[in-house]
Ligand binder design. Structure first.
Ligand code: FUB
Ligand code: ZN
Length: 654
C-alpha cells in the first residue's frame, strides 16, 4: 500500500478569510483507499475487471469517439491564432461541451488504479493525454475545448456567446473544471507529478480572478466544481479554493430553476429536486463546505434533504432520479418501476452518503451507500466490464430502447458520463470500507482484503476474510504491531436488524425481525447495545486477535410504503444487501412483472458458482408457473441475453 505524496501545505491561518465558523473538518476520517486492498471476493473481482478490461476499453472509446481530438482541435486554434491566422477555428468533433470530462474521469480512475498497481505503460498513456489537455488550455487558464477551438461564435447552442454567460444553464464550463480538479488531484496523489495539477491551478486562478471576492455571481449549472475545489484546497492548503467553493454554493437561488437547484438559497432547500446528478453533487459540496467551515446551515439543509430522499425518493435498489424527463428526482413517493435512475446519480448518492457518515459517524448513511453499491450502482457495468447501463430501471419489457437509445447494455454512449463515473468510484471504493475517529476504527463495508491503519500511534493491519454478500460470515483478523487499546466499531447493517432502509419507505414482510447476528472475539461472544448502528468492542488488541461477525441472511420479502403507487400489491425479494429480480430468458407467456408470488411462502436460495460470476439465486414459487422461477441479483441482469425483467412482482394473498 502506498502513502500518497502531498504538496507542502500552507500551515496556519488557512481559513481566516472565511466568514463562517471555526476551522474544522469531518469528525470521522476515512482510511484512504490507498491503504485498503480488496482481494478477490465481490469487490476485488469487480475492481480487477475495472482495471484490466473497463479502463483500457474506456480509453480506447474516448480516443475513438474524438474526446481527445477536441483537445487537439482547441490547441490547434490557439497555435494558429498565436501565429497570426486570426480567423482560424475548428468545429467540435463530438456533441456535448461536457465531453471533455470523460477524459478527466478516465484519468481519475486510471490514477486511482496506478496508486495501487504501478503500471509504466498506463502511466505513459495518461501522460500523453495530459499533454494534449494542457495544450488546449488558454494562456489565462481557461479550459473548455468547445469555445477555445471555435472562439468567434458558439460552436454549439449550449456554449453561449461569452465565457460563463450560459454557465447557470447548460454550458458546463464549471462542470468541466470540477472534473478536471478531481482528476488533477488524483493524478498528483497517485504519481507525484504536477502536470495535470498545474493545469488545474492555472484554471482555478482564473476562477478566482472572475468569481472570487464578490466579483461575478454565477451559480454553476451542473455542480461538481465545489467538490473539486475542496480537493484542490485539501491538497494545496490554499484557502481561496475553499472560499470559492462556498461562493459557488451561495450563488444558488433564490428564484432560479429547481431543475438545477437554484430556486432557493441552498441553506433553505428542503427537498431533493431537479436533475439528480447535479443535486447529489451539490449535497456533496455542501457537506464538504459544512465540515471545513463549521457552518451548520449547510449541514442542516442536507440533513433535511437526506430525510426527504430516504423516506420518499429512494428506490429499493438504492437508485435515485426517477424521471427520464430532466434526468430528475420525482415528487414525493413518485417511484415508477420504469425508473430512470442514472448510474451517475447512484455514484453521486454514494459519495454524498459517505460524506454524511463522515460528518456524523452514523451507520445509516453507510446502509444507504451499501444498498446502492450492491444494486443500482454496480448494475451500471456488465460482468464482462465492457457493456453499460445509463438508466437502471426496476422493470424492463425485453425490447425497449431505453438505454440511451439502445436496447440492453450498450458498448458506449454519445453522452458517456456514466461508464467513467462508475469506474472512478469503483477504483476508489476501498476508501469507503474503514474510517477512524480518535481511537476508534469503524468497519463499514465487508469484503475480503487487508487494510493498514494507525490507532493510538500503533500500526494495525486489519484482514477481512468473507464471501459477503453471498454469506454473512465475516472473519476479521486484527494485527497491531504491538498491543494497543482501541475501539472497533462494527457496522451492523440495517437489513440485518430488519430494516431495509433507514425510513418507512420499505419494510420486510413479517416485521423487523433481524436480531440473529452475533459477534465474538477469539471465540468469546460479545454483546452490547448498538450505538448509531455500530457494535463497539473496546479492548487491548494484540496480534492474532480474530473477530467473527455472523450476519444471518434469510430471504426477505419486501413491501413498499402504501404511498408508492408502483409497489401497491407487489413484493420484492432481497437477501443480505442484495436485491433480486426475475429475468425471463425464455420470453414466456407471463412477463416477470405479471408473475404472482405468495409473499409468505418459503423461498429457497442456492449458490451457483458458475452462473453470472458466482451468485446466490432464489427459487420463487410463482402462481402461473408449474416449476419454481429463478430470481437473480438485480445488478447482474442482462448478462445472459436481453429479456423482460422485474424487481417488484405481483403479491398473491394478503
Ligand atoms: O450534464 C452532464 C452529464 O450528462 C450529467 O451529469 C448527466 O446526467 C448527463 O446529462
Ligand atoms: Zn451519467
Amino acid at each position: 500500500m502506498r502513502t500518497p505524496l502531498r504538496l507542502p501545505l500552507v500551515a496556519a491561518g488557512l481559513l481566516s478569510a472565511l466568514s463562517a465558523g471555526a476551522s474544522t473538518d469531518y469528525r470521522v476520517h476515512p482510511v484512504p483507499f490507498t491503504e485498503v486492498r480488496l482481494d478477490g471476493g465481490f469487490w476485488g473481482t469487480h475492481q480487477e475487471i475495472n482495471r484490466t478490461v473497463t479502463l483500457p476499453y474506456a480509453m480506447d472509446q474516448c480516443e475513438a469517439s474524438n474526446r481527445l481530438k477536441n483537445f487537439d482541435l482547441a490547441a490547434e486554434t490557439l497555435r494558429r491564432r498565436a501565429a497570426g491566422d486570426v480567423h482560424f477555428q475548428n468545429k467540435p468533433a463530438t456533441i456535448f461541451p461536457f465531453d471533455d470530462t470523460d477524459a478527466y474521469k478516465v484519468i481519475e480512475a486510471a490514477s486511482y488504479m496506478l496508486s495501487m498497481h504501478p503500471d509504466a505503460a498506463l502511466s505513459a498513456r495518461v501522460d500523453g493525454w495530459i499533454a494534449r489537455i494542457a495544450a488546449a488550455q488558454e494562456p489565462d487558464g481557461y479550459l473548455y475545448t468547445f469555445r477555445t477551438m471555435h472562439p468567434d461564435s458558439p460552436a454549439q447552442a449550449w456554449v453561449g456567446q461569452r465565457r460563463w454567460e450560459n454557465e447557470p444553464k447548460l454550458s458546463h464550463e464549471l462542470y468541466d473544471a470540477g472534473h478536471l480538479y478531481e482528476a488533477g488531484v488524483a493524478h498528483y496523489l497517485a504519481t507525484g507529478k504536477r502536470t495535470l495539477l498545474d493545469v488545474c491551478l492555472k484554471n482555478a486562478n482564473l476562477l478566482w480572478r472572475d468569481f472570487g471576492d464578490g466579483k461575478l455571481r454565477v451559480a454553476p449549472g451542473h455542480e461538481i466544481v465545489e467538490m473539486g475545489l475542496v480537493k484542490l484546497y485539501r491538497v494545496t492548503g490554499d484557502a481561496r479554493w475553499l472560499k470559492l467553493a462556498k461562493i459557488f454554493l451561495d450563488a444558488r437561488g433564490p428564484g432560479g430553476p429547481a431543475y438545477s437547484q437554484q430556486d432557493r438559497l441552498v441553506v433553505d432547500q428542503t427537498e431533493a429536486e431537479g436533475h439528480a446528478v447535479r443535486a447529489n453533487y451539490l449535497y456533496c459540496g455542501m457537506a464538504d463546505v459544512a465540515a471545513l467551515t463549521g457552518d451548520v446551515r449547510y449541514q442542516n439543509a442536507i440533513d433535511r434533504i437526506w430525510e426527504n430522499v430516504v423516506s420518499k425518493k429512494l428506490y429499493l435498489t438504492g437508485g435515485v432520479g426517477a424521471l427520464a424527463d430532466g434526468e430528475a428526482y420525482g415528487a414525493n413517493y413518485q417511484l415508477p418501476n420504469n425508473a430512470y435512475n442514472e448510474t451517475c446519480a447512484a455514484v453521486a448518492l454514494m459519495m454524498w452518503n459517505h460524506r454524511m457518515f463522515l460528518s456524523t459517524g452514523d451507520a445509516r448513511y453507510m446502509d444507504v451507500c451499501e444498498r446502492t453499491a450492491y444494486n443500482g450502482f454496480i448494475s451500471g457495468v456488465s460482468l464482462s466490464g465492457n457493456r453499460f447501463f445509463y438508466p437502471n430501471p426496476l422493470v424492463y419489457d425485453g425490447s425497449a430502447k431505453n438505454n440511451y437509445g439502445c436496447a440492453g447494455r450498450a458498448p458506449w454512449f454519445g453522452c458517456a458520463c456514466c461508464p467513467p463515473n462508475l469506474m472512478r468510484l469503483l477504483a476508489s471504493l476501498g476508501g469507503y470500507f474503514y474510517a477512524t475517529k480518535g481511537d476508534a476504527l469503524y468497519v463499514n463495508l465487508y469484503g475480503g482484503g487487508e487494510a493498514s491503519v494507525s490507532l493510538g500511534g500503533v500500526a494495525v493491519k486489519v484482514d477481512q476474510t468473507t464471501d459477503y454478500p453471498w454469506r454473512g460470515a465475516v472473519r476479521i483478523a486484527v494485527n497491531p504491531e504491538h498491543p494497543v487499546s482501541f475501539t472497533l466499531r462494527l457496522r451492523i447493517p440495517g437489513w440485518a436488524q430488519g430494516r431495509p432502509v433507514p425510513s418507512d419507505l420499505y419494510r420486510y414482510q413479517g416485521g423487523a425481525k433481524g436480531d440473529g447476528w452475533t459477534v465474538s472475539v477469539d471465540g468469546a461472544p460479545v454483546r452490547g447495545e448498538l450505538h448509531l448502528g455500530y457494535l463497539s468492542i473496546t479492548r487491548i488488541w494484540k496480534r492474532g486477535d480474530v473477530v467473527a461477525l455472523n450476519l444471518p441472511m434469510p430471504i426477505r420479502a419486501v413491501l413498499g410504503n402504501p404511498h408508492i403507487a408502483a409497489t401497491e400489491g407487489r413484493v420484492a425479494f432481497e437477501r443480505g444487501p442484495v436485491v433480486y429480480c426475475v429475468e425471463d430468458l425464455a420470453h414466456g407467456e407471463t412477463a416477470p412483472e405479471a408473475m404472482a408470488v405468495d409473499a409468505h411462502a418459503r423461498v429457497e436460495s442456492r449458490f451457483e458458482p458458475k452462473m453470472l460470476g458466482g451468485v446466490t439465486v432464489l427459487d420463487l414459487k410463482v402462481a402461473q408457473e408449474p416449476s419454481p422461477v429463478m430470481a437473480i441479483p438485480y445488478f447482474a441482469w442482462d448478462n445472459r441475453g436481453l429479456a423482460p425483467m422485474a424487481v417488484w412482482l405481483k403479491r398473491e394473498g394478503p
